[in-house]
Design a protein around this ligand. Structure first.
Ligand code: GLC
Length: 425
């Protein structure tokens, strides 16, 4: 059985491999996505370390001079996707988007380095990536935390990786759609429209892109100009974890100065995360910088901080919160509380389970000693594969497979989860 899953997962990675990068899935997402690549590299690393490093290297080959690493690299033209390179118009030699995504690459690089069988190759390739990853992290703090709070804001829902989460509803509602014009979505020709964001949301996504394009994608100006500025605890936790992992890697690779600077960013971030904790909700919350208030919405973004080295009592709190969520669904971890009125078990980030999120939360809870909960999350993740294959996401009550099929990072996570299970056994 386990071997079956391993073979199938490798097949998914092979089918979506375009040589030096992978597409998340054929059709719906025909380019390279930032955090998809970083997490997918972990899958490759189980059987082809060289290919795994290449995945991350290709991503960083398209880093901007300012340090930003784009959320999509449009390696090859594909008319089946909207918004394509002509909408972003970033003017890059190989077209890219002008937004970024969760900075999980340094976590992946460190994990690959730690596990590498070919240590010499790992050393060489991690050392070359190190300054690039560090520049990206510093870019985030420089451009997205102008007041030095220790936490960065996203300026577009797509940057969070949780595109249509309830977290963004109120802030997105305030984005005017004046002059946005008409456009034709392509996502709903590849996937069931009931599994995807609404048209009203898409209009605002595009409007934000238009605002940034008018500023010629000068990333030093976008934060202040954006009508959408939200501090996402999940996004920050991933960045904090990346800074901490990069600091360790820098120490191991003889870069003590970089290690000190990176560790300072992580420590400051951990302290600042505390301002997002809600006793009432029993989890972290997003903060809307435009209105200066926390966003009271029970999403998985507020559980993801488990991935960073938060205090033990906070990790225990997150574990308790997941336990409660488990009472109203069959499969952990729903991306939105199933008892909340906005919950929608099929619609993308408004309810469905995502294996990458399960993996990151479980990883953090494991470090915090929450082993029972880790076991439940891992078991539920594999039950979903069993029931519904390698889908993009799943209904947490019925296990219905949603979005795209034959999905790269889902397959990579299966390889990861099975390897960890084998280690624990
Ligand atoms: C969707 C997801 C995002 C992911 C992308 C490619 O936009 O919300 O997190 O990176 O698809 O899989």
């Amino acid at each position: 059985m386990r071997q079956d899953y391993i073979d199938q997962a490798k097949q998914v990675l092979r089918d979506n491999d375009r040589g030096t990068y992978t597409v998340p899935t054929h059709g719906l997402y025909p380019f390279q996505w930032n955090w998809d690549s970083a997490l997918s590299a972990l899958g490759f690393a189980h059987y082809d370390e060289d290919r795994a490093w290449t995945e991350i290297e290709t991503l960083f080959d398209h880093q901007w001079e300012c340090g930003m690493v784009p959320h999509i690299i449009f390696h090859e033209y594909d008319p089946g996707y909207f918004p394509g390179p002509e909408v972003y118009a970033t003017g890059r030699p190989t077209p890219t988007s002008g937004l970024s995504q969760p900075a999980v690459a340094a976590f992946a690089a460190r994990r690959m380095f730690d596990r590498a069988k070919d240590k010499e190759m790992a050393r060489r390739r991690a050392a070359a990536l190190l300054p690039k990853m560090h520049a990206w992290h510093e870019w985030f703090y420089r451009t997205r935390d102008p007041e030095g709070t220790g936490l960065v804001a996203i300026i577009h829902p797509w940057e969070s990786g949780r595109d249509n989460s309830v977290d963004w509803d109120a802030a997105l509602e305030r984005v005017s759609t004046e002059g946005v014009g008409t456009f034709q979505r392509r996502d709903i020709t590849h996937a069931n429209p009931a599994h995807r964001p609404t048209h009203a949301q898409y209009e605002r996504y595009i409007k934000l892109v238009q605002i940034f394009r008018e500023l010629n994608w000068d990333t030093s100006k976008l934060h202040d100009a954006s009508p959408f500025q939200v501090v996402d605890p999940g996004f920050n936790a991933i960045l904090i974890r990346a800074c901490a992992d990069l600091a360790d890697l820098a120490d191991l690779l003889g870069e003590p100065g970089m290690a000190t600077r990176s560790r300072a960013l992580a420590d400051r971030g951990i302290a600042a995360l505390e301002t997002l904790w809600s006793d009432g909700m029993g989890q972290y919350l997003c903060y809307d910088r435009q209105v200066g208030a926390l966003i009271e919405s029970p999403t998985v973004g507020g559980l993801l901080p488990a991935f960073a080295a938060i205090p033990t009592e906070r990790a225990a709190g997150i574990s308790r919160r997941i336990e409660v969520l488990g009472r109203s669904c069959e499969y952990l971890i729903p991306s939105h509380d199933p008892t909340a009125p906005e919950y929608d078990g099929l619609r993308y980030w408004r309810g469905p389970v995502w294996l990458i999120v399960n993996y990151m939360i479980a990883d953090g809870l494991c470090r915090a000693g929450q082993t029972d909960m880790v076991g439940r999350i891992m078991t539920d993740s594999l039950r979903l594969i069993d029931r519904s294959g390698f889908a993009e996401y799943y209904d947490p009550i019925t296990a219905e497979p949603c979005g795209g099929a034959h999905f790269t990072w889902t397959a990579a996570m299966v390889l990861e989860i099975l390897a960890q299970e084998a280690e624990l056994a």
